[in-house]
Ligand binder design. Structure first.
Ligand code: EZ4
Ligand code: CO
Length: 402
């Protein structure tokens, strides 16, 4: 079998997605997600101009070799644009191989290690009372784990809180919007949110929280310490991770579990964090981390240090990445939890899929490959629209991490 053609489908059914379709000379095809929120067309051009021409005629079963060809063969390594493009090819080939062998991708990754993939949902509110209500609502829907975010008093448009009662979706059409931030106000507020939550929802539900890279290491240490009585499942992205050693300071001060990695594009972004056991959960995604091939290696390395996975699963990862994460999470031994931020009805229509949610767990389904398709006619009705993530400034106007 040979790769006969490959093409891109760029669409915007409520938000932008870049999809790669690889077709073989036997007519079997595989789908890969190449979406990089706010930089979509850079990845599309990388694939179109520099990758697709190299794929034609290759053996689609040689996934490892094609991965190395695109990674080492480019000479220039790493970075989210490159790694998302490689991931799109890699995931499309795993999907295609599953279809060709008539088996779900989880069987190609070692087979089931569990019956379902524990997921967490996003709860949010403009204040504590609304956030409590939102957590309770998700528990009623069956979620066993819920991420809680609430508006910080005195901070305009806090991270994780929608502007007008709609489901939270950070990317907005047009140029980047601006939000304000105060670490001081947040640090005083966050423990009160979780104190209230534990009183209202009890001890059993897993509570998670996303700091979104906004604190310094010592501030994050203070937050982790102040949240200890409420035994969070994890504190996410407490500080930026370019300097991996920053996490040592947090680790030295608190037993609140730490998760990071949603912006990582390479195993090497996690190397020191994992081998020093400074984190508990690695949140690299299949699309931005270089595909299933790359994630499997990062997860296997993490397993040696008892670090588990907690893959990013926001709406900017298409249903193809969601499916890939579910196959991966069902198969690997050191799976921790999977983020689940449901897509809109329209997105789900453009990407019909076999995965499902029941009683706190998701399952990828048992269709051959990943079990996701794309309705290209419907997708064509929703062309790309420029959209960006917001930026954040401190109260004095200084640009800070969003
Ligand atoms: O802000 O995916 O844990 N989830 C997150 C996400 C990210 C967006 C960025 O595009 O932090 O909501
Ligand atoms: Co996050």
């Amino acid at each position: 079998m040979k790769i006969a053609s490959a093409r891109l489908i760029v669409c915007s059914p409520d938000r932008n997605f870049v999809t790669l379709k690889i077709v073989t000379d036997e007519g079997i095809y595989g789908l890969g997600d190449a979406t990089l929120n706010g930089r979509e067309l850079a990845v599309a051009a990388y694939l179109e101009e520099h990758v697709i021409p190299c794929l034609i005629g290759r053996d689609p079963f040689a996934i490892e070799d094609i991965w190395q060809y695109l990674y080492r063969g480019a000479y220039w390594r790493r970075g989210p644009v490159t790694m998302s493009a490689i991931a799109a090819v890699d995931v499309a080939l795993w999907d295609m191989k599953g279809k060709a062998l008539n088996t779900p991708v989880y069987n190609l990754l070692g087979g089931k290690s569990r019956e379902g993939v524990l997921v967490y949902a996003h709860a949010n509110g403009s204040d504590v009372a609304e956030a409590v209500e939102s957590v309770q609502q998700h528990m009623e829907e069956g979620y066993l784990a819920v991420r809680a975010q609430a508006g910080v008093p005195g901070v305009k448009s806090s991270y994780g809180v929608p502007k007008s009662g709609k489901p939270y979706e950070p990317a907005e059409r047009g140029l980047p919007s601006e939000s304000l931030w105060s670490s001081e106000r947040y640090l005083n507020f966050a423990p009160k949110l979780f104190e209230r939550l534990r009183v209202e929802v009890g001890e059993d539900v897993h509570l998670l929280h996303d700091v979104h890279h906004r604190l310094t290491p010592i501030e994050a240490a203070r937050l982790g310490k102040s949240l200890e009585p409420y035994h969070l499942f994890w504190m996410e992205d407490p500080t930026p991770a370019e300097n991996q050693e920053a996490f040592r300071i947090i680790r030295d001060h608190t037993v609140t579990p730490i998760a990071t990695g949603e912006v990582f594009s390479s195993f090497w972004d996690s190397h020191d964090l994992v081998r020093n056991q400074w984190i508990d959960y690695l949140r690299m995604t299949i699309v931005h981390g270089g595909g299933i091939t790359a994630l499997k290696k990062a997860a296997d390395f993490a397993a040696v240090y008892q670090v588990r996975t907690g893959c990013h699963g926001a709406t900017d990862l298409s249903p193809i990445t969601m499916a890939a994460a579910l196959h991966f999470g069902l198969a690997i031994h050191n799976f921790g939890i999977q983020e689940h931020m449901p897509h809109t009805v329209l997105t789900d229509e453009v990407f019909p899929h076999a995965y499902s949610f029941e009683a706190g767990y998701m399952h990828p389904g048992d269709r051959p490959g990943l079990g996701v398709d794309i309705d290209e006619l419907l997708a064509a009705k929703y062309p790309y629209q420029r959209a960006y993530l917001p930026i954040a400034r401190k109260l004095d106007g200084t640009l800070t991490d969003w």
